[in-house]
Design a protein around this ligand. Structure first.
Ligand SMILES: NC(=O)c1ccc[n+]([C@@H]2O[C@H](COP(=O)([O-])OP(=O)(O)OC[C@H]3O[C@@H](n4cnc5c(N)ncnc54)[C@H](OP(=O)(O)O)[C@@H]3O)[C@@H](O)[C@H]2O)c1
Length: 214
């Protein structure tokens, strides 16, 4: 089913996932970058049904929103997006400190749970946070192969999780339901392990998606 997807944060993650979803046939609105030119270029290069817009335009009539901003930008982008009641928000954003060396929330809560508190009427799903952006296009291009890499997601809202499952499949992953949103407090620190393997270990980013389902 074709969806309308608003991208809140069109950087490494938002730019790539939005491009993939546009190429998979969804209508995508890229928003929230520091230059309008960048949003226009992303929309042009996506070569699907993609266009640039403001966060408010991205949120309007969206079937799903991707939140892909630094933790320090959460309040600003949410304010710009306006009323998010009932919206499905898929967040890959991690609650990192200013220099991206540590989580500022962990163990007893998570960025995803704090997001759900900020927008209590929205339906939050945590997904894609465990994937380095470098591998996204490769996974998409290989998506017809058997043995798709698995991708964890979690959330409290059944309908929102069904939307996330579709987006995860369209990106080329095999979705694995990790349970309620509070599980994000364990998947977010797990992401730092993935990042360590991807960026500081010997294998490079491709190591990060070799966590196959048994
Ligand atoms: N990159 C990864 O591999 C990865 C993996 C897992 C999770 N994550 C998480 O995903 C989230 C996004 O990461 P990312 O790597 O995609 O970050 P990023 O490339 O820095 O993207 C963030 C976006 O926010 C925009 N932005 C920042 N300040 C702004 C401002 N003042 N006004 C308007 N727009 C502003 C940036 O604009 P510009 O485009 O102009 O810079 C960019 O488009 C983070 O929470 C990160 O921890 C990232």
């Amino acid at each position: 089913m074709s969806m309308r997807i608003g991208i809140l944060g069109s950087g490494l993650m938002g730019g790539k996932l939005g491009t993939i979803w546009a190429r998979a046939g969804h209508e995508v609105i890229f928003s929230y970058a520091r230059s309008e030119e960048k949003l226009k270029k992303l929309a042009r290069d996506a070569k699907g049904k993609a266009r640039p817009g403001t966060p408010r335009e991205a949120a309007q009539d969206a079937d799903a929103l991707l939140l892909a901003v630094h933790w320090s930008r959460f309040d600003d982008v949410l304010k710009q997006a306006g009323d998010l009641s009932g919206k499905v928000i898929v967040t890959c954003s991690l609650p990192m400190n200013a220099d991206d060396t540590d989580l500022v929330i962990a163990h007893t809560s998570s960025g995803a749970e704090e997001l759900a508190k900020k927008v209590p009427t929205a339906r939050v799903v945590s997904a894609f946070g465990t994937v380095p952006s470098e591998v996204l296009f490769d996974v998409y291009e290989a998506k017809r192969k058997t043995g798709r890499p698995s991708l964890l997601y979690c959330g409290d809202d059944k309908k929102a999780k069904a939307v996330a499952v579709e987006l995860i499949r369209d990106t080329g992953f095999d979705p694995v339901d990790a349970g309620p949103l509070r599980i994000a407090r364990y998947t977010e620190p797990f992401t730092l392990l993935i990042a360590r393997l991807a960026y500081e270990g010997k294998g490079g980013p491709e190591l990060a998606y070799r966590f196959e389902r048994f």
